[in-house]
Ligand binder design. Structure first.
Ligand SMILES: Cc1cc2nc3c(=O)[nH]c(=O)nc-3n(C[C@H](O)[C@H](O)[C@H](O)COP(=O)(O)OP(=O)(O)OC[C@H]3O[C@@H](n4cnc5c(N)ncnc54)[C@H](O)[C@@H]3O)c2cc1C
Length: 467
């Protein structure tokens, strides 16, 4: 059996012994079968069961709940959504420009509300996930980052969001929150909490179980058909099937070009002393990133470590997902180097955990929720790296779609959105890894010259849909 604790700092420290629950015992029937025991599947189960307590719901998880990205992520419960406001407006079916803009704003507002929803629901369910709503600092650690981050603030304001949603902080204001080498300012949003993701996902699994949802672990689904799910342990006949597989989606037959699995990797230091934190700051446990192209992200954990991650791992040919891809020595050492550059006081602190996992990227970088009333098959995902809170919005939306509730949520622009398929190989492999190389090159150029690498930015837009 896999050593599940070794998969992340979080699974190692969630206080659960991670012994798998029983597997599917044979052929069974249910009203709703949920495939995948990550946050999408578990939130969907939670909201369905809360609204319709008599529904017979079961979750089928290939390993253990929280095995995937939900148990390994950076712990940012943010209002970030992978698609831009402009993209969302273009996706809206409203006939008027004003209607399209309103739909895009509604999607972003729903994400802001989701941070509060997660906070309230975990309190109500008695899940202690070390929730600390300190906001996010997007730091300008290089002069080239300033125009990019300022443009984000200006754009949000142009769409009607206020200083209370996103504001520019001068270097002296940033210093009141965090001491970072060479920082020249930051964009700050209060709409983010740092959480312990494995406490959240494992607590949620326990909670839905005690509400009467049947959770089967070590029960890999082999195929999904309308009203029927096949596993090695038996088949499930169910009125509704919800597929919640995110980075593992391409492993399902016929879906290998739907989402692209991209690895994000993380490290965690040992707990740092109170004296060190007094100098660094982050007293509200603000999450942080900076303006570079190859994303980095971090949080101060409740037990006073740095949990710090970033992109840069290669995309693997054929959308392969394998346990060995969770580790990449060169990405781990560059994460350590960047952490030391940003916070020189971490030099000498032991790195106790190194891990990674797949996020899922749609071709147009736009997450979606789908439900086909004819087949009664639903799905949600494609969150890129912004799924921790988005899964909650997805779960609520899936529940409304399944139950036929005509809520505001089911009219958001991401509902029913169908992203284009990824290119076949080898073009996918060539394109994505070229994009990764370009992002790294642009960051190096900006570090040396201190001016935005505009050519690389434009070229990157071809791969990322403008992100
Ligand atoms: C390193 C890292 C850092 C991240 N940081 C953040 C962050 O800070 N903030 C943020 O918002 N997002 C972050 N993300 C993304 C976020 O974690 C995900 O978007 C989110 O957890 C997706 O949840 P999910 O339930 O859709 O998918 P998952 O959590 O991946 O769950 C899918 C589940 O399906 C199971 N499964 C796979 N195949 C089968 C099968 N055939 N049958 C049955 N079950 C199967 C898997 O074992 C898994 O448990 C990060 C991701 C990673 C990897």
């Amino acid at each position: 059996m896999k050593d599940y604790r070794s998969l992340s700092l979080w699974l190692d420290s969630c206080g659960d012994d991670l012994t798998p629950r029983e597997a599917l015992p044979g052929d069974v029937s249910a009203d709703v079968a949920i495939v995948g025991g990550g946050l999408t599947g578990l939130w969907a189960a939670h909201y369905l069961k809360s609204q319709a307590p008599d529904l017979r719901i079961l979750v089928l998880e290939a390993e253990i709940c929280g095995f995937g990205a939900s148990g390994r992520n950076g712990g940012w419960c943010s209002a970030l959504f992978p698609a831009s406001l402009e993209q969302l407006a273009a996706m809206s079916t409203s006939p008027s420009v004003a209607g399209k803009r309103a739909a895009a704003v509604a999607q972003y507002r729903a994400m802001i509300d989701t941070v509060t929803e997660v906070e309230l629901v975990v309190q109500r369910l008695g899940i202690d996930a070390d929730f600390a709503r300190g906001g996010t600092l997007s730091l300008a650690t290089n002069p080239a980052h300033i125009p990019r981050l300022r443009a984000e603030v200006d754009n949000m304001h142009a769409w009607g969001f206020g200083e209370e949603d996103l504001q520019w902080l001068e270097a002296s204001q940033v210093a009141q929150r965090v001491r970072v080498s060479g920082v020249e300012g930051a964009a700050f949003t209060p709409h983010c909490a740092a959480v312990h993701p494995a406490k959240l996902v494992r607590g949620l699994a326990r909670s839905i179980e005690s509400a009467g949802v049947q959770v089967y672990e070590r029960s890999r689904v082999r195929s999904i058909k309308p009203q029927s799910v096949q596993t090695d342990h038996g088949n499930v006949s169910a009125g509704v099937v919800l597929q919640c597989l995110e980075g593992y989606t391409p492993q399902m037959s016929g879906q290998h070009r739907k989402l692209l699995p991209l690895y994000s990797l993380m490290i965690a230091t040992e707990p740092l002393s109170e004296e060190i934190w007094q100098q660094i700051g982050l007293t509200q446990r603000e999450t942080f990133t900076d303006g570079r192209h190859l994303l980095i992200y971090g949080q101060r954990t409740a037990d006073n470590r740095f949990a710090f991650g970033g992109r840069g791992a290669p995309y693997h040919f054929g959308s392969a997902v394998q346990d060995r891809f969770d580790h990449n020595a060169s990405v781990f050492s560059s994460l350590e180097r960047v952490l030391h550059e940003l916070f020189p006081l971490t030099i000498g602190a032991a790195v106790t955990h190194r891990w990674g996992g797949p996020i899922a990227v749609p071709r147009d970088w736009t997450a979606s929720v789908q439900f086909n009333p004819e087949t009664s098959i639903g799905s949600a995902g494609g969150y890129v790296g912004d799924g921790l809170s988005t899964t909650n919005l997805a779960g609520r939306t899936l529940a409304d779609l399944v139950l036929g509730v005509d809520s505001e949520l089911v009219h958001l622009p991401w509902v029913g959105h169908d992203s284009p398929r990824w290119e076949p190989e080898p073009f996918r492999w060539m394109g994505v890894n070229t994009g990764r190389g370009l992002a790294g090159w642009a960051d190096r150029s900006e570090r040396i010259h201190g001016v935005p690498a505009r050519f690389a930015q434009r070229a990157l837009g071809l791969f990322t849909g403008g992100h």
